[in-house]
Every structure is written in C-alpha cells, then in structure tokens.
Ligand binder design. Sequence first.
Ligand code: NDP
Length: 265
Amino acid sequence: MADRYAVFGNPIAHSKSPLIHAAFARQTAQDLTYEAILAPLDGFADSIGQFVQSGGRGANVTVPFKEEAFRLAHMLTERAAKAGAVNTLVFADDKITGDNTDGAGLVHDIRDNHGYLITDKRILLMGAGGAARGVILPLLAESPISLTVANRTVEKAAALRDHFNNITASSYQTLAGQSFDLIINATSSGLSGELPPLPAGIFAEGALAYDMMYGRETPFMAFARRHVAQVADGLGMLVEQAAEAFYVWRGVRPQTAPVIAQLRG
Ligand code: NDP
C-alpha cells in the first residue's frame, strides 16, 4: 500500500500542495499519496490523531494550525523550535516530530532560483507573524550584513528582536532615510490590497523585492516594479518548502524548476 501524506488547514480547498507533491512523487518514483484535509478549527489534534491511526506517515500544516502543530509535536528540529511554528510533521514509532521548512524554502528560492546572493546584503523583512518568524533563522544563516524587521505593531517586531540575536526591530516610520538590498513582504497586507507604508528610497540599487504571496500582483509588487529591477512572488517559496518537506519524509530531493513552471503555466 502507498504511504499516506496530507496537508491540514482551514480553509484548505485552495491548497496547491497535493498537486506539488503528486508531481514530486511521479518525478522521483516514490509510492505515496498526498491529500488535502480540512481540519475543524477546534479539532486539529483529533484530525491528526485519526490520520496517524489510519497509517499516515507525515503531514504539512498550514493556516491557522502552525502554532498548534508546534505544541502537538513530541520532538522539534532546531529550525522549528526557533521558529515557534511547525509546517511539517513526521509520524514514526508512535512519536510526532515537528519541523519547519518555510525558511529553507524562501532561501532556496531567492538564492538558487532567482540567483540572488543573500550574503553581505541588507535585508528588510516586513511583518512579524508566523511567516516572518519562520524565515529569520535561515536568512541569518546566509550571513547578511543586517536584518531589520519592520511591523505595523512595533511591539511584535521588538519581541522577535528579543527572541533572535542580531536583528533590528523597526516601525515603518523609522525606516525613512534607509535603503535595503533585499526587501521581503511577509505581511498579509496583499490579501486586503494594501501596501505597508514604505518610505520613498527604500530600495537600494539592484534590490530584489520579494513578496511571499502568490497568485496575484500585490500593491507591494506593483510599488517595487516602479522602483527596482527585480520582483519575485512567493510561488517558488511554496514549491521549495514542499520540496524540503518531501526530502525530510523520503530522503529524496525532487527537482523544483519543472513544478514551478507547471504551476505558472
Ligand atoms: P500572520 O497573520 O501571522 O501575520 C500577518 C502580518 O501581516 C502581521 O505582521 C501584520 O501586522 C501584518 N499586516 C497585515 N496587514 C497589514 C497591513 N495592511 N499593513 C502592514 N502590515 C500588515 O500571517 P503569516 O505570517 O502566517 O502570513 C503572512 C503572509 O505570508 C500571508 O500572505 C501568507 O499567505 C504568506 N505565506 C506564504 C508562504 C509561501 O510559501 N509562499 C508561506 C507562509 C506564508 P500586525 O502585527 O501589525 O497585525
């Protein structure tokens, strides 16, 4: 019988993960199934329990359950522990291991797919929610010159500064007069068609503007196109975090470029 995997979220119907993992499985000749499961908002742990009982080997976790998955896991990888959120679960020997592949996915996409070296760059990360938190450690591992986290609610950025070493917390107002080489939008502002209040001159020459959202042109992407050469959306990150999870489960690293091309097509 094929090994079972799934993504759990609420809502979940929009998820591209089943398509991505089916493509990875075909490409690497792995015998597995991958489905999308809608967990009730108050029933995530039960849904996971039933899936494990029925032979589930691993799962992805998406909004709004990443913090709950963190608490549910018996063991955590270092990157999950530091992120405080889990997007990948491994079920083995009656134990649940929690991992977080979002940050690795972002770094792979920026560095390998877009060919943009993060080392020695000044990074501005907008947002201080789960997505921002998950990518800080992998970004710092690339040895940037600096990493500034700006958030509308500045106390949340300050909390991240206190949790991670070597980052600066900022409001949008205090960014005036500064410029950055890599600006990453990890806010959900694009969902409501809004632009975080970035001051003019925020993009250094040759800067890359990266929006974690995908599937639509956000106000941030449009703003960046008017100021910088390179703009990227989060579709590559989505596929790369999936590839990292696939590697965690199967020990095989799928090729991501054909799957990204397929989804863009
Ligand atoms: P959270 O709800 O945890 O955090 C939302 C963040 O956005 C907060 O920092 C919030 O600020 C900020 N924000 C919301 N609206 C605005 C606005 N109008 N102006 C400025 N800041 C705003 O969400 P997540 O961190 O889980 O997700 C963020 C985004 O990242 C989502 O769009 C998600 O789809 C995307 N994502 C993409 C992934 C991929 O693979 N491509 C993976 C994970 C996430 P405040 O604290 O002040 O409320």
